[in-house]
Design a protein around this ligand. Sequence first.
Ligand SMILES: Cc1cc2nc3c(=O)[nH]c(=O)nc-3n(C[C@H](O)[C@H](O)[C@H](O)COP(=O)(O)O)c2cc1C
Ligand code: SF4
Length: 401
Amino acid sequence: MPDLLDRCFSEATINGLTLRNRLIKAATFEGKSPGGVPSDALVRFHERIGQGGIGMTTIAYCAAENDGRIHEHMMYMHEGIRTELERLIGTVQATGAKVAGQLGHCGAFTKNAEFSGKRPLGPSRGTNALGLTHGLSRIQEMTKPQIHQRAQVIGKAAGFMRSVGFDAIEIHFGHGYGVSQFISPKTNKRKDEYGGSLRNRMRFALEVLEEVRKNVGDDYPLLGKISMTDGVPGGVTYDESVEIAAMLEAGGIDVIICSGGTSSMNPMLLFRGDSMAPGLIKHEKSLLMKIGIRLAAPIMFKSYPYEEMYFLENAKKIRDRVQCGVCYIGGVCTNDSIRTVMDAGFDFIQLGRALIFDPDFPKQAQTRANYKNGCSHCNQCATLIEAPGGIYCVERPANFA
Ligand SMILES: Cc1cc2nc3c(=O)[nH]c(=O)nc-3n(C[C@H](O)[C@H](O)[C@H](O)COP(=O)(O)O)c2cc1C
Ligand code: SF4
C-alpha cells in the first residue's frame, strides 16, 4: 500500500487550481502591513514559506473594506495597494507555491483608528470590548439594506483579489468576525429572517458566498474557514457546524476548513497550549486594555492543553457529511499526524505555527522519517501580531530574516 505521505505530497486540485501538494499555510496575520500596506517583510515571510515547499500559502486578513479592519495596520482591498499585492503574489508564486488571500470583515469586532462610521455595525446591538479605548464600544444593529450592502462589498473585494492575481480566496466565516457574528446565536439576537434558526443565521453567510462567487466566476477556487464551535454557552455547537458545512457546500464552496473558537470570546480553543494572556498584556499599549485583559483572562483565556490534531474527531463529522473538499486544521506537527489526517479522508491540511517555527516543514515531513516539528505551542508568536515588525517564532527569531 502506498504510504499516506505520498498522498499528501502528490498534486491536488481545487476547482481547476493545481497545488504541488496538499499542505496549505494557514492564515496567520503576520503584522507586517504597517498602515495597511504589504511590506517587504511580508513578501519575504511568504516567499520563505514558499521556498519550504508548501502547496499554497494564505495571506491573512485581507479586509473587504476600510471599516472591515480590526485595526488600521491591516490591509483592505483597494486600488491603492494593487502594486504591492501584485509584487507579493508574484514573488511567492515564483517559488512554485500558489497564493490564497483570506478575505474577511471584522464586523463589530474593531478598534480601527481609521474607522469611518460612528459605531461598528453588527447583527444586533451589544458591546464591543475591543473598541472600548477607541470610542467604538457600542455596536449598532444593521438594517437589511446595510446587510445586503456588506455582502456586496465583500463580493467586490473578492473580484479585486482575483484581479491582482490571488490564485484562490479563503472566505472567513469563523472566529467571531463579521460573518460569524451572524452565524452565532451568541451575537445574533435578531428577530427577522437573519436571526433565530440556523438557516436564518446562515442567510448572511450564504449571501456573502453568492456575492463572492458572482464576482470571481465559477472557475475560481473558494475556500471557507468556519468555527465548528464558538466554545461558549449559547454559541455555535459542533453539531450545528456539520449543517453549516452542508449549507456552504450547497452554496458552492469548494473547500471547507474546519477550525473552531472565536478571537473575541474563546481564543484558546482554536490555539490550545500556553495562554496568550501574559504576552498580550505585555505587548498591549493601552493601560486600560492591559487591565481589561488581566481581568477578563480567567474567563476569556481558558486552559486547553495542547494535543496533536485537536480538532480531528469533530472535523471528521464534517468530512463524512459533505462531498466538497475538506481541509483539516489544528495541531499538525508530525508526519505521522499527516498520515492520520490523510487516512481520515481529508483533502488538504492547513499548518500555522508549525511553519512559523520551521518554514521547511513540508520538505522535512516529506523526507525525514518520524519527523516532529519542534513548536512548543507557547503561542508567543500569536501575541506579537501588533508588536513592531510583527510576528516571529521566539525560539527561532532568524527564520524569516
Ligand atoms: C500568529 C498567528 C496569527 C493568526 N492569525 C489568523 C488570522 O489572521 N486568521 C485566521 O483565520 N486564523 C489566524 N490564526 C489561527 C491559525 O490560522 C490556525 O487556525 C491556528 O494557528 C491553529 O493551527 P496550527 O495548530 O497549525 O497553528 C493565527 C495563528 C497564529 C499563530
Ligand atoms: S513562538 Fe514559535 S514555538 Fe511558540 S507557538 Fe509560535 S511558532 Fe511555536
